[in-house]
Design a protein around this ligand. Structure first.
Ligand code: NAP
Length: 284
């Protein structure tokens, strides 16, 4: 029976550290501030944005929300981002994705000052991650690395398999595992005989977006299994990409959904916002 990796516990511990840091920075006249921009009325995005604002308040980070109608033009959004780049009270800018189809997300992400890019999606920050010299890490992969560190699950020399190659999760995840000396394989929808590849994994990260896609026969005995998926099953219940009940009998450690990776993502956003405030004030 696997160790259940408790994202809520680790998240609470990291948030405690962030709260203390925010208080210490305030004595030096540094106040981290996050601007969250949401366009349209996607219910899932609304839930994420509310969660981010609440988390900021909990640790003492100032936040502003810009809720724009779905009819907002790309130029209007770019104008808002340009204003936030200049705004002294704001150290981090987060544009909630997905954006409506008529807006080019890449153009918008490119417009964010890389020093305020707390999602680490700007090509400048992506490049820094690639060469291993980074200020910000994308929140979900960074949160997963925190979980592995907290539970002392060593990456060095181990076979790591990432399912999924998105810019938000799969690719940066692979890079962070590689930086910690894992032997990394990235798989995707065109991978041949995926179970044969996943069965090699000492550390298996599932970031697919398909309910209970990873079954027990795809997992090596004793593997560490990280489930990034956030899906709704046929009853509307939140569930991951991994068949948790069956896989937990085989894995040595596993993240549940909910309560695994999810809580860490927002926590790492808070950490990036604090880092951004320090960088903007002191240059490092
Ligand atoms: P995405 O952009 O849709 O990427 C999904 C990836 O899965 C793609 O690379 C795709 O391959 C691959 N894939 C799809 N079907 C596959 C198959 N049959 N075999 C192997 N690979 C397959 O999704 P994402 O943004 O990375 O998100 C993945 C999941 O994580 C979603 O459930 C999302 O909601 C969740 N998520 C959770 C958090 C969190 O905080 N917990 C944060 C971000 C995302 P191709 O590239 O070949 O199409």
């Amino acid at each position: 029976m696997a160790t259940i990796i408790d994202g809520k516990l680790v998240s609470a511990s990291v948030r405690g550290r962030i709260r203390e840091e925010v208080a210490a920075l305030s004595e030096q006249g540094i106040r981290p501030g996050l601007a969250v921009v949401i366009v349209g009325d996607d219910p899932a995005s609304r839930v994420y944005v509310n969660g981010k604002k609440k988390a900021c308040a909990e640790v003492g980070i100032y936040s502003e929300e810009y809720a724009l109608p779905a009819s907002t033009t790309e130029e209007q959004l770019l104008e808002l981002v340009a204003g936030l780049n200049q705004k002294a009270e704001i150290s981090g800018i987060l544009v909630q994705l997905p954006l409506p189809a008529h807006i080019d997300s890449n153009r918008v992400l490119l417009a964010i000052d890389p020093r305020k890019d707390v999602d680490a999606f700007h090509p400048t920050n992506v490049g820094h991650i690639m060469i291993g010299d980074y200020q910000y890490l994308p929140c979900t992969p960074a949160g997963i690395m925190e979980l592995l560190h907290y539970y002392q699950l060593d990456v060095a020399g181990r076979e790591c398999v990432v399912i999924g190659r998105s810019n938000i999760v799969g690719k940066p995840m692979a890079m962070l595992l590689l930086h910690e000396n894992g032997t990394v394989t990235v798989t995707h929808s065109k991978t041949r005989d995926l179970p044969a590849v996943t069965r090699r994994a000492d550390i298996l990260v599932a970031a697919i977006g398909k309910t209970r896609f990873v079954t027990a026969d795809m997992v090596k005995e004793g593997a560490v299994v990280i489930d990034v998926g956030m899906n709704r099953d046929e009853n509307g219940k939140l569930c991951g990409d991994v068949d948790f009940d069956a896989v937990k009998e085989k894995a040595s450690a596993i993240t549940p959904v909910p309560g695994g990776v999810g809580p860490m993502t927002i926590t790492m956003l808070l950490e990036n916002t604090v880092r951004a405030a320090k960088i903007l004030k002191t240059g490092c």
